[in-house]
Design a protein around this ligand. Structure first.
Ligand SMILES: NC(=O)C1=CN([C@@H]2O[C@H](COP(=O)(O)OP(=O)(O)OC[C@H]3O[C@@H](n4cnc5c(N)ncnc54)[C@H](OP(=O)(O)O)[C@@H]3O)[C@@H](O)[C@H]2O)[C@H](O)CC1
Length: 294
């Protein structure tokens, strides 16, 4: 997959920001709802559409089907619900877990209508039942504090699962400006997504994302919205597309100086090596390495 760099629009004479602050991210939410005619469900569906296009580019429905979607109690969770509906239309078999169903009264009706299983528990053998996990738990509404008790079980699952994780907008529990909290990095207790799908524009904290693919998705705001604010975002590669690949590292292997790499969907516990000097590997130039992993 090529990264579309041709879209740096506007005046290139002055350096543009590429990542947005928490303040702009939250302003964008309100503007997106306005842009969606004030209908938050319409906005959630638009975001979900872009997210699903990105997920499908990494994990086609012919290679994986069972998707576990962990939804939080805010807008991130609401988009996660719409992701389930959209993935089912695309031929996947999604199942939804809602952290606090009470805060989303319509979860039950939406899932019942779509014939999607809604769980209020986490199966202990997640890897046995599912192929990938969607992290729609916490987004830009995360308050930066310790994870509240009612989220502990699902959060612990997201940290410890060996399934590949696709995070919606912000990996849950990551600080919007700095990424994983220092206390969590010290304890190696933070979510390590294989794929990050930023909505509208990447947040500052996603600069430390070290998974396989980072997409920008969602036509919930016109792409000019961020350009007008001095934020340079890649254009979607076509009128029909709802996402664009911003960066990728599609292949990893055990490196000479101890760094560890894996293939998308491989057990992602090792994706975030602590070796800052790791070299990204271009899979197209390393056919030989695929054999080693097969
Ligand atoms: N970036 C964009 O352009 C757009 C992003 N969108 C999506 O909207 C979410 C942000 O939605 P919001 O509801 O504000 O926040 P979250 O979905 O992240 O929900 C946070 C909920 O989690 C609770 N919370 C907060 N901190 C903690 C914690 N430490 N432990 C457990 N739970 C926590 C919080 O509860 P409160 O009681 O404090 O409210 C929230 O319920 C963004 O991420 C995108 O997905 C827009 O849809 C489009 C534009």
């Amino acid at each position: 997959m090529e990264v579309d760099k041709s879209s740096k629009q506007g005046d290139n004479s002055k350096p543009r920001q590429t990542h947005i602050s928490p303040e702009l991210a939250n302003q964008a939410i309100n503007d997106a709802i306005t842009y969606s005619g004030g209908d938050v469900v319409v906005m959630a569906r638009t975001c979900a559409s872009g997210f699903c296009d990105a997920l499908q580019q990494c994990y086609g429905s012919e290679e994986i089907s069972d998707v576990f979607i962990a939804c939080g109690s805010g807008l991130n969770g609401l988009i996660g619900l719409q992701v389930a509906v959209e993935l089912q239309k695309k031929g996947y078999a999604p199942e939804v877990y809602a952290a606090e169903q009470s805060k989303h009264a319509n979860f039950r009706s939406v899932c019942d209508e779509a014939g999607i299983d809604l769980h209020d528990f986490i199966p202990s053998t997640l890897e046995f039942y599912y192929d990938i996990v969607v992290d729609a738990l916490l987004g830009t509404g995360f308050d930066g504090g310790d994870i509240r008790q009612q989220y502990w079980t699902v959060y612990e699952m997201l940290i410890s699962t060996r399934l590949a994780i696709v995070s919606l907008d912000v990996p849950s529990g990551w600080d919007l400006s700095t990424g994983p909290r220092k206390i969590d990095v010290t304890a190696d207790s933070f979510i390590k997504p294989e794929v990050l799908v930023s909505l509208g524009a990447p947040k500052l904290g996603s600069k430390v994302f070290a998974g396989g693919y980072h997409f920008i998705a969602g036509r919930h705001l016109p792409q000019s919205y961020f350009l007008e604010k001095g934020i340079s975002v890649p254009a979607f590669p076509g009128e029909e597309s709802n996402c664009v690949l911003m960066s990728s590292n599609p292949f990893r292997f055990e490196g000479a100086n101890g760094e560890t790499y894996g293939r998308p969907g491989q057990f992602n516990a090792t994706l975030y090596t602590k070796n800052p000097t790791r070299e990204w590997v271009d899979v197209d130039k390393h056919d030989d390495l695929w054999d080693e992993l097969d």
